[in-house]
Design a protein around this ligand. Structure first.
Ligand SMILES: *Cc1c(COP(=O)(O)O)cnc(C)c1O
Length: 377
């Protein structure tokens, strides 16, 4: 880590992300996790998370923070909300959809996977056909922005199909929540899972689930886990305002500050607009250098972008990564099965000037590696 006062490397990753100094400073407190002041803060955070999604407790929604990373909260939804004889249809076109299938297998929960390739969105018609022919399916689970590639899945269509057939819809909105507009009251979503350390620009330590209260209360007695029991967690908050087990107090204080900064920025629309500017600047600059994005423009989100490796034998991702790191920029390796890719995120407390600085560093790194520019296609 750099010495105090020296700027950290900028993170162009899918999270955790670059956060503001003030969000980091919000953690310079030791809070008593049972103390009423802290519990009041947790209650406000739960209400404000609902407000980000355009809903409220009065409208029948609950926000339930849960210790651990985002994966823990996805697993908690399955562990809590699928009945013993339930079956989950998972839509997968990347690592996070596949991870859902993995956790279902691990928990011994019956499931099937509707796969599309990593450069194709989920197929709502395949889902409709599946739900029409397999009455055992009780739940549908999908990923909003599949961070593996940055692909934006058609969740409104998936939600409609799921609702029309009377199934429960679970959405992993981890990498989109706070930046892509989503009206929970309108969307046919029952359980939405997200994280403070992505577009909300907080720090890691917990995740949260936004749940239709009635849908969650219906899960009484199904929990397969004690610590990942989402209904148990809600009951804990209702009993004494507390987390059942040690909460990440500092990360919660950071999120309270991060939510204030989201509101000050102008809410989800303004934050999404900033990320979109970042993304456009990145795409244009990378195209000038000759990089080719992995996805077609119509299905590419502005959250994170995957680029093909240059077709030049002098390119090595490890060397490229190291040179960018030396200049103060961290990018992200690819994560897909067949094609060599790397990824650059547009989210976190970064703006166009940071993207422009990154692009200068990318160009200098390529030249230093002896690659001719623009890159050969
Ligand atoms: C970040 C992310 C997760 C959670 O990952 P963790 O490492 O467990 O926080 C899950 N789904 C998606 C789509 C993500 O981007």
């Amino acid at each position: 880590m750099p010495p105090a006062g020296v700027r950290d490397k900028l993170l162009f990753t899918p999270g955790p992300l670059t956060t503001s100094r003030t969000v980091k400073e919000a953690m310079l407190h030791d809070a008593g996790s049972w103390h009423f002041e802290f519990n009041d803060e947790v209650k406000r955070i739960r209400q404000r998370l609902l407000a980000v999604a355009g809903v409220s407790e009065a409208m029948g929604w609950e926000a339930i923070p849960l210790q651990g990373s985002g994966t823990f909260a996805v697993e908690a939804v399955f562990a809590t909300c699928v009945p013993p004889q339930g079956k989950v249809a998972v839509l997968a076109n990347g690592a996070y959809g596949e991870r859902m299938a993995l956790m279902l297998r691990q928990a011994g929960i019956d499931h099937l996977v509707l796969r599309t390739s990593e450069d194709r969105v989920n197929d709502p018609r395949a889902l409709a056909a599946c739900l029409a022919t397999d009455p055992a399916v009780t739940h549908v689970a999908a990923v909003h922005v599949e961070t593996t590639t940055g692909i934006l899945n058609p969740i409104a269509d998936l939600g409609r199909v799921t609702r029309a057939s009377g199934r429960v819809f679970i959405l992993d909105a981890m990498s989109s929540f706070g930046a892509l507009p989503l009206d929970l009251a309108e969307a046919d979503i029952d359980f939405l899972i997200a994280s403070p350390n992505k577009c909300l620009e907080g720090v890691p330590g917990f995740a949260f689930v936004l749940a239709r209260r009635a849908a969650l209360l219906a899960c009484e007695g199904w929990a397969r886990s004690l610590s990942l029991d989402l209904l148990g967690q809600l009951k804990g908050f209702e009993r004494n305002g507390q987390f059942r087990f040690t909460p990440p107090t500092h990360a919660l204080l950071a999120l309270a500050r991060a939510l204030a900064e989201l509101e000050a920025e102008g809410g989800v629309a303004a934050r999404g607009a900033r990320y979109q500017r970042n993304h456009r600047c990145l795409l244009a600059g990378m195209a000038r250098l000759g990089f080719v994005p992995y996805l077609e423009p119509g299905i590419q989100s502005f959250i994170i972008t995957a680029f093909h490796f240059p077709a030049d034998p002098r390119f090595s991702f490890e060397a490229f990564y190291q040179r960018l790191s030396d200049r103060g920029f961290l990018i992200y390796p690819g994560k897909i099965s067949q094609v060599p890719l790397f990824r650059i995120g547009s989210i976190g407390r970064i703006e166009e000037a940071d993207i422009a600085a990154l692009l200068v560093a990318v160009e200098a790194s390529l030249r230093a590696m002896g690659l001719g520019l623009p890159l050969p296609r």
